[in-house]
Design a protein around this ligand. Structure first.
Ligand SMILES: NC(=O)c1ccc[n+]([C@@H]2O[C@H](COP(=O)([O-])OP(=O)(O)OC[C@H]3O[C@@H](n4cnc5c(N)ncnc54)[C@H](O)[C@@H]3O)[C@@H](O)[C@H]2O)c1
Length: 246
């Protein structure tokens, strides 16, 4: 098992891609902590998937709240190690820029970029300075690289996260902490369910592999970046998008 005895934190793990990442790392022997607003409907499945004495712990924490993030990382590290952090929590608040109120812009930047900064700051301080090992995986998006009409706030947050990933990778590499990003294309989750059918059809039309991705496609790549199979990879962005961007 690729993550036997490892401790993994997934933000926004109650559903969607985050939940699938949790199921994947559990199947590889990890113990998991996840945070979200609510435990979500899959906690029983997660408990059942935990192997060889591993466990799953839910923390009610908003990643945009500095005190809650400090408590989250403090609670996890108080009982031992923290080997992998997946900054997965993210939101969309779509709209054209000329009609976008400031709070619609700021809310997306705050969750997708500032939230990942707060979690990474607390986690990397522990990983780099105390533990001297770790892997951080940030959930970016192809729209952070290619842009998307109606998503200036979201694409700016994800482009920012890519720059953050590369800079943090350079800061922590000498202390044996790797930092990478995954850039999903269009993945079937609640986030994309709300798109109109004709918009989804036009996306699928543009994807060379001819289908939307599944959350498990992303979880497989996160697993690779989390474990030692990728021990010589840092500061990279891996697109998982069916060939949408080449
Ligand atoms: N679905 C896609 O097509 C797609 C494509 C590219 C990137 N992504 C990214 O993947 C990640 C997961 O997306 P998803 O489709 O599973 O979304 P989702 O909306 O299904 O799940 C996101 C989870 O994050 C939680 N969350 C939101 N704000 C939070 C906060 N402040 N603190 C703690 N938890 C919070 C939500 O409650 C939710 O459970 C996001 O970062 C998203 O931007 C998704």
């Amino acid at each position: 098992m690729l993550l036997r005895g490892k401790v993994v934190l997934v933000t926004g793990g109650a559903r969607g891609i985050g939940k699938e990442i949790i199921m994947k790392v559990l199947s590889e022997g990890a113990s998991v902590h996840y945070c979200d607003f609510e435990e979500g409907p899959f906690k029983k499945d997660m408990d059942a998937a935990a192997k060889n004495g591993a466990s799953v712990t839910f923390h009610s924490a908003n990643i945009t709240d500095e005190d809650q993030v400090k408590k989250l990382i403090g609670d996890i590290t108080a009982s031992g190690s923290l080997d992998v952090v997946v900054n997965n929590a993210g939101i969309t608040r779509d709209g054209m820029v000329f009609r976008m109120p400031l709070d619609q812009w700021e809310s997306v930047i705050k969750v997708n970029l500032t939230g990942a900064f707060l979690v990474s700051r607390e986690a990397s301080a522990f990983m780099a300075l105390k533990q001297k090992s770790g892997s951080i995986v940030n959930m970016a998006s192809v729209v952070g690289q290619m842009g998307n009409a109606g998503q200036t706030n979201y694409s700016a947050s994800k482009a920012g996260l890519i720059g953050f990933t590369k800079s943090l990778a350079k800061e922590t590499a000498k202390r044996n902490v790797r930092v990478n990003a995954v850039a999903p294309g269009f993945i079937e989750t609640a986030m994309t369910d709300k798109l109109p059918e004709e918009v989804k059809a036009s996306y699928v039309n543009a994807i060379p592999l001819g289908r939307m991705g599944q959350a498990e496609d992303i979880a497989n790549t996160v697993l690779f970046l989390a474990c030692d199979l990728s021990s010589y990879i840092t500061g990279q962005v891996i697109r998982v998008d069916g060939g949408l961007v080449m």
